[in-house]
Design a protein around this ligand. Structure first.
Ligand code: BTN
Length: 331
């Protein structure tokens, strides 16, 4: 869903995070005070918190940067634009992965479509968990890519996407980000983001992959209340003083993700395994691996060349896992 031009103009005006009186807003946005009041109510009802104080007026709970489609496109190279079928920016949506999965079903020929939302009302995490997606704080993006021949090891694709996300963060000066097998972006034992890969079609024939990435950029404790694990955002890594642009990070992510998907059939995971190992933040750690209703305890010994997890169990045996959920023991 797209907000109305008036709702957008009001949000843009309030984006500095300062108080603005009803009169000031009405004059500058060329509308009546009662129209301003109605817009504020409508935005509140959409889940965007606008604080109202009698003596001071209205403000957002923190400053924000609204994403701008034209600005993002201008930051993309001609090579990236050639791979990009379409870039959609929605103000609010249930889930960008849900949206593109449906598109893959109704229009199987579509490829290179990127969908970004400012807010998700039903963001999907792995294993059916919700993904907390407050308005204009983080990045919620999905990429639909059609593999005509079906790459041999699609399981490695989500690991390769992890590499792409770290590359994008590095391009924007965010260092020391790690990868936690299979699909998590981590920084110092805290979750910074996650990847959700949903594939439809035949594994040996044509298939469509929807690659969803959620990355925490600048979220308040209140907004993150529903997150049930330790988390961090980009602003928490680089410090509150440094101005960070969600739009620039998004442009980098579009670039690095399209690069990986466009080359994946030819490259496969072998082109990314060494870099993945460089970012591995689990090496040697004691963990529990949950597979279905089974739990195996052991020490992480990295990944094999195909991207399977290597776990040294308590009996010294090395086991290979293609899927599972990992929980760290405290160091
Ligand atoms: C995880 O559980 O770690 C994966 C989270 C993936 C979240 C992203 S946000 C954009 C895309 N749309 C969704 O509904 N989910 C993914």
């Amino acid at each position: 869903m797209q907000f109305s031009d008036n709702q957008k103009a009001l949000l843009q005006y309030l984006s500095d995070g300062n108080f603005h009186s009803g009169t000031e807003l009405a004059v500058n946005l060329s509308m009546t005070r009662s129209a301003v009041w109605k817009l504020i109510h409508a935005l509140n009802a959409l889940g965007i918190e606008i604080i109202a104080l009698n003596a001071k007026g209205y403000r957002l709970n923190a400053p924000l940067e609204l994403l701008n489609l034209q600005v993002i496109k201008q930051a993309l190279s001609t090579d990236t634009l050639a791979l990009l079928g379409r870039l959609e920016l929605h103000d609010q949506m249930d889930s960008t992965n849900r949206y593109l999965s449906e598109l893959a079903h109704t229009h199987p020929e579509e490829s290179g479509v990127i969908c970004v939302a400012e807010q998700q009302t039903a963001g999907r995490g792995r294993r059916g968990r919700p993904w907390v997606s407050p308005f204009a704080r983080n990045i919620y993006m999905s990429l639909l890519w059609r593999f005509e021949e079906g790459p041999a090891d699609l399981s490695g694709l989500s690991l390769a996407i992890g590499v792409a996300v770290v590359r994008a963060l590095k391009q924007q000066g965010v260092e020391e980000v790690g990868l936690k097998w299979p699909n998590d972006i981590y920084w110092q034992n805290k979750k910074l983001g996650g990847i959700l890969l949903e594939v439809s079609g035949e594994s040996a024939g044509p298939c469509s992959a929807v690659i969803g990435v959620g990355l925490n950029v600048n979220m308040s404790q209140d907004e993150a209340e529903a997150i049930d694990q330790e988390w961090i955002d980009v602003q928490g890594i680089i410090g509150k003083e440094r101005v960070f642009s969600r739009g620039q990070l998004l442009a980098s992510m579009i670039t690095t993700l399209l690069e990986v998907t466009a080359n994946y059939t030819q490259d496969c995971f072998s082109a990314y395994v060494d870099e993945w190992r460089k970012y591995d933040c689990m090496q040697g750690r004691k963990v529990d691996v949950f597979i279905g209703n089974k739990t195996v305890t052991g020490h992480i010994r990295g990944i094999d060349d195909g991207g399977l997890l290597l776990l040294e169990t308590e009996t010294g045996e090395i086991k290979h896992y293609a899927s599972g959920e990992i929980s760290f023991h405290r160091p």
